[in-house]
Design a protein around this ligand. Structure first.
Ligand code: ATP
Length: 242
């Protein structure tokens, strides 16, 4: 087992122009865990992941990865160190085929001089046999679930140590959601630490070790995922009726 915090976010403030979207968010992700941020539309979940990854600038606060400040670390260098984001709309290259999309996931490694990715491709295909069958199919013609698998597979090609996923269940049928979350659990078992953002609180809390509730740019509640799932306010607002 691994120990220690992979990610520490302290008092994060992020603005869009003059409007502040995150008002001092702090959170921590321990090695080997799945940590989830749940919360309603517009709470700032996507903003949070974008700021951690370095896509958006911080107006205040700081982010540390394995204890080291990321302030001076470029987006590409973060990917090189294993911080990999699977964005909400998946951002696949729709007119390229499955295999080319996967290969592009190894771009940061290629830039560092690595040239051999065949074994990694094989491992992704073993995990997602449907992608192997469809390796020559254009990404834009895949089903929603297959596109999410491709987005995760592409992230795995970057050899993530901290995998951040923005709404991996978005728009997917329940059976596919279950499949995706099983994959996340198997990745955790292999040592990948994850920070997940989800509106599907029920599915997310089931697989998570720890969770935060983000509301209008602030953390309103946090705790072990099993405890949050039992919390009445969380149940009323985010778990719906059974
Ligand atoms: P959703 O689940 O709907 O994506 P979210 O929790 O991810 O919601 P964000 O997308 O992070 O929320 O948005 C947080 C707030 O920041 C919202 O009020 C949103 O309107 C605003 N916002 C997001 N992106 C921008 C932008 N590019 N310019 C201006 N405001 C933005």
């Amino acid at each position: 087992p691994q120990h220690g915090a992979v990610l520490q976010v302290h008092d994060l403030h992020v603005n869009y122009g003059k409007v502040e979207a995150l008002h001092g968010v702090s959170l921590q992700v321990e090695a080997g865990q799945i940590v989830t941020v749940i919360g309603p539309n517009g709470a700032g979940k996507t903003t949070l992941l974008s700021a951690i990854q370095g896509v958006l600038p911080l107006r205040g606060g700081h982010v540390a990865y394995h204890g080291e400040s990321l302030a001076a670390i470029s987006l590409e260098a973060r990917v090189g160190r294993g911080m990999v984001l699977v964005p909400e709309r998946r951002e696949l290259f729709s007119s390229m085929n499955v295999e080319d999309n996967l290969t592009l996931g190894a771009y940061a490694r290629y830039r560092r001089g690595e040239r051999r990715f065949a074994a990694d491709l094989d491992r992704v295909y073993d995990r997602f046999p449907r992608l192997r069958e469809r390796r020559r199919q254009l990404a834009g013609t895949l089903s929603g679930g297959e596109q999410q698998m491709l987005a995760i597979g592409r992230a795995l090609m970057a050899k993530p140590k901290l995998l951040m996923l923005d709404e991996p269940s978005l728009g997917l049928a329940p059976i596919i959601v279950r499949e995706i979350f099983q994959i996340l659990e198997s990745l955790r078992a292999e040592g990948v630490t994850m920070l997940l953002v989800e509106q599907n609180a029920r599915a997310a809390l089931q697989v998570s070790n720890y969770a935060y509730v983000l509301e209008t740019g602030e953390v309103s509640l946090q705790g072990p995922a099993g405890e949050l799932a039992q919390n009445e306010a969380v149940a009323a607002s985010y778990l719906g009726t059974r």
